[in-house]
Design a protein around this ligand. Structure first.
Ligand SMILES: Nc1ccn([C@@H]2O[C@H](COP(=O)(O)OP(=O)(O)OP(=O)(O)O)[C@@H](O)[C@H]2O)c(=O)n1
Ligand SMILES: C/C(=C\CO)CCC[C@H](C)CCC[C@H](C)CCCC(C)C
Length: 243
């Protein structure tokens, strides 16, 4: 009984297997035979076993590839997050921008850049957990600094309003938890995560700008927020989320 297997993904070369003898097609090189599942033919395994072995070889190669891909993407995004906070700390320290503006810009940019980085992760089912590792690490950093276990002035300068360590445990911590939650539960398949993050990041920034400029009429239950700011947040947040 002869089985014909398409073994080369490059140009569909064929290898033919006889009972225990191997008849090679003229395009199958010996090197390819030894290093490929063609070689399994020599061991006398049946064609179903050969197929299974071949599938498992391919799937383990794909899994290793995805793992390396996701580890690389995680390291890149972690580096990006560190660089973002470091850049704003440096701008604040050199009095190029005020601490409150730095906090607002880190707020707008970190979430948007985080979502924009999602496509660099692989298509594997575990990719979302690698992405979620980035806000998790940043969340732990905020807790450690916020509890003053190891206070880091860089983080405090770039993401707090008044420069107090405990502020890290409020807005910034909730913010990174929202990023973590969206990555794990919505990821790239659901628009809900992206819309919520666009609202939280972009919408909030626009509310600040529009609210300060045109926000003389405040909303009844919060004198710090205005109608102009709140309405702009929904309108611009919506446009950012569909962009
Ligand atoms: N819905 C909103 C949101 C903001 N603002 C304006 O933007 C400023 C900053 O608002 P906000 O982002 O809420 O202040 P933060 O100090 O950044 O507070 P937090 O991010 O913790 O809410 C407010 O003082 C207000 O003038 C507004 O008018 N209407
Ligand atoms: C100031 C903030 C919220 C208060 O309104 C935001 C705090 C941000 C974090 C300290 C840093 C978060 C980094 C993100 C998890 C990842 C960003 C990655 C990107 C590629 C820059």
């Amino acid at each position: 009984m002869a089985a014909t297997l398409p073994l080369s993904p490059i140009n569909h070369q064929l290898c033919r297997f006889g009972n225990n003898s191997l008849t090679t097609h003229r395009f199958c090189s010996p090197g390819f035979l030894i290093s490929s599942p063609c070689f399994i033919g020599l061991t006398g395994m049946g064609s179903a076993t050969q197929l299974r072995a071949r599938r498992s070889l391919i799937s383990s190669a794909v899994a290793t590839n995805s793992l390396l891909h996701d580890v690389g993407a995680t390291v890149a995004v972690l580096g990006g997050a560190y660089a973002l906070v470091l850049s704003f700390e440096s701008l604040t320290k050199r009095n190029v921008i005020q601490q409150s503006l730095s906090r607002k810009l880190v707020h707008i940019l970190s979430g948007l850049l985080f979502v924009l980085a999602w496509p660099i992760f692989s298509g594997s089912t575990e990719a979302r957990y690698f992405a979620a590792f980035v806000p998790l690490v940043n969340g732990l950093r905020l807790v450690i600094n916020g509890l003053s276990i190891s206070p880091n002035s860089m983080l405090i300068k770039s993401v707090t309003r008044e420069g107090r360590a405990e502020e890290l445990l409020k807005g910034p911590l909730f913010y990174v938890l929202a990023l973590l939650f969206s990555a794990v539960f919505f990821w790239r398949e659901s628009p809900i995560g992206m819309i919520s993050l666009a609202m939280m990041c972009g919408g909030d920034g626009i509310a600040d700008i529009m609210g300060r400029k045109f926000g003389s009429t405040k909303i009844p239950y919060n004198p710090r927020k205005s109608w102009a700011g709140s309405i702009s947040m929904f309108i611009f947040g919506f446009f950012i989320s569909i962009a």
